[in-house]
Design a protein around this ligand. Sequence first.
Ligand code: GLP
Length: 264
Amino acid sequence: MKIVIRNNSSEGSLWAAHYIARKINEKAARTSEPFVLGLCTGSTPIETYAELIRMVKAGEVSFKNVISFNMDEYVGLPESHPESYHSFMHKNLFDHIDEPAENIHILNGNAADPVAECAAYEKAIVDAGGFDLFLGGVGEDGHIAFNEPFSSLKSRTRVVTLTYDTRVVNARFFDGDYTKVPAQALTVGVATVLSSKEVVILAFGHKKARALKDAIEGPISHYCTLSGLQDHPAGTIVCDELSVSELKVSSYRYFKAVEEAEGC
Ligand code: GLP
């Protein structure tokens, strides 16, 4: 696992945007096959998306041959609801870039048959060729996508019940009232994320420090589903100084030494 530590969230966000753009451009230079990209929501990726938008407008990258799949969506929230992940993605990315509408995939949290919806999503990912890169965030309890503690590390796309913790944390988007946060979601599984050739996770701010300590220094465990990344051959966590404040000094120094020696 590679840990990229930047001074603050803005520097980390820019690093991630430029890294993703470089990967898209590198694939475009060698093949006409689409770049298959996993995407996340939350407050964390907003600056990365803003930089990607700037780069598209400046002609530095194009999403014309990108196929994207979002991680998750609430169950039962209308797509038009301002806090649905459909709304979030259109507002913060899709409405401003050149990705064709038919290339955009987001789970339908209002599907009549959610089980069939999840199975079709997994199939669509395979049909697209599998993920080149999955961009994710992390919950304060270490969850990836909506894979709450005790999700199998072999899980695939499915319906999940959110923890009280997650609903309370996300209540900030729902008038501070956790009962307004949907109790269930559709989410890609831990194994779906880890099936990607490469995984890049963003984690900024002190509130993510405990999750990063568990994910980086703790055992691989269903209690902190981000820890599954330890088993991935190409996993990177992009952090800021605050989010690594719970790491051992020796771990921190090692990651900084790697950055200096290998350049990131
Ligand atoms: C939700 C999403 C996750 C996201 C997490 C963190 O739980 N399902 O994908 O990583 O929130 O959100 P934020 O970036 O706002 O801290």
